[in-house]
Design a protein around this ligand. Structure first.
Ligand SMILES: [Zn+2]
Length: 108
């Protein structure tokens, strides 16, 4: 696992699908996902993991949801930030297609 370089802008400031910069002031859309039990991501909380979607031939940044966050309480382990509803739809379809490849069980 690579360490995030401090100079790199956080991955969650960009759309996970189209890589467009997301204005922190703008309304943001998100898509949460759950990992299969047994995958311990606690050491990676708050970091973005590059998730390779083999069937879509692209890598999307998955933010590891911190334990005490609202997203976690809603049952998410991973979170994808997206710029628009249409990106969310396409991303979700891609994740559904590839979910067996990386162990995500259900998309919320
Ligand atoms: Zn987008």
């Amino acid at each position: 696992m690579k360490k995030t370089r401090p100079k790199t802008p956080p991955a969650w400031q960009r759309c996970a699908w189209c890589d467009k910069r997301i204005d922190p002031e703008a309304e943001v859309f998100g898509c949460g996902a759950r990992t299969i039990p047994g995958i311990d991501l606690s050491a990676k909380e708050g970091e973005a993991l590059p998730l390779y979607l083999a069937l879509s031939h692209r890598t999307v940044p998955a933010l590891v949801v911190p334990r005490d966050s609202q997203a976690k309480r809603e049952g998410n382990d991973l979170y994808f930030l997206i710029c628009s509803e249409s990106c969310g739809r396409v991303l979700k379809e891609a994740l559904e297609r590839d979910k067996e490849a990386f162990g995500i069980m259900s998309l919320n």
